[in-house]
Design a protein around this ligand. Structure first.
Ligand SMILES: Nc1ncnc2c1ncn2[C@@H]1O[C@H](COP(=O)(O)OP(=O)(O)OP(=O)(O)O)[C@@H](O)[C@H]1O
Ligand SMILES: Cc1cn([C@H]2C[C@H](O)[C@@H](COP(=O)(O)O)O2)c(=O)[nH]c1=O
Length: 222
């Protein structure tokens, strides 16, 4: 029996980690079999090339690494996580909550192309590589935590001041703007569930957003 894969998506600082932890807690309280994974899998050696890329070892600008090369770094990391950590749990019917997935890669790497045909070619290649060749499961639900860049930027900066560092994506506002646009494009195209994190321009509370996330998840759980 196949499990359920729920993916939390959104631009950097949109609340994915916060909301995936909250959803995991709620589902555990309901005594459901649940596991929380996140990508990149920074704790695993499989993320080494991703870390080098995000640190700027291959170039300080995201566009210094072409989308296919960058995608392979992330895809290999996902493959290792799936095979080592959650394949058997998922195949027994468990619920997986993923903080980012292949869907992040679609958005972040496709923005490196302006040309529509190149973008299409890239997206087809990515889906084939990850879901067919690497046999990673397709998500049952992708939730987009929709937040204006101006708001998420503040959250990322606040977190960096508290001791975090900013990666090469976060350091390039023009790149993040393109990612925002790409999320808006793909949310409709792929039928992702959009949850607005602001109301009247103000950030909603973690709990209020959490209620919407839990409702969306309930609709796909077996
Ligand atoms: N609704 C909210 N209200 C106030 N603060 C929030 C809210 N959601 C998240 N935060 C805070 O914003 C920061 C970013 O949140 P979080 O780490 O969950 O985002 P993320 O999408 O996982 O980020 P990244 O993709 O950069 O890892 C954290 O410090 C978190 O506590
Ligand atoms: C999983 C994944 C992520 N990315 C991008 C998205 C972010 O800019 C970084 C990861 O940073 P985080 O703050 O730790 O979430 O990498 C990507 O391009 N492709 C992927 O598959």
């Amino acid at each position: 029996m196949k499990g359920t894969l729920i993916v939390l998506e959104g631009i950097d600082g949109s609340g994915k980690e916060t909301q995936s932890a909250l959803l995991e807690k709620k589902l555990r309280q309901e005594k459901r079999e649940v596991m929380h994974v996140s990508f990149p899998d920074y704790d695993s050696p499989s993320s080494s090339l991703v870390k080098m890329y995000l640190k700027g070892d291959f170039g300080r600008d995201p566009s210094d690494v072409n989308p296919y090369a960058a995608s392979l770094f992330y895809a290999v990391d996902r493959f290792a996580s799936y095979r080592m950590k959650w394949k058997s749990f998922y195949e027994k019917g468990g619920i997986i909550i993923a903080d980012r997935y292949t869907t992040s890669n679609m958005v972040h790497q496709m923005t490196k192309y302006e040309d529509v045909e190149k973008r299409e070619e890239f997206l087809s290649w990515l889906e084939k590589t990850e879901y067919e060749e690497l046999e990673l499961p397709r998500p049952d639900l992708v939730i987009l935590l929709d937040i204006p860049l101006s708001v998420s930027e503040g959250l990322v900066k606040k977190r960096a001041l508290q001791g975090g560092s900013m990666d090469i994506h976060e350091q390039h506002l023009d790149y993040l703007k393109k990612c925002c646009g790409a999320y808006q494009e793909l949310v409709d195209r792929y039928g992702w569930k959009r949850i607005s994190c602001t109301r009247d321009g103000k950030l909603r509370s973690i709990e209020a957003i959490g209620i919407d996330v839990a409702q969306a998840a309930a609709a796909v759980m077996k």
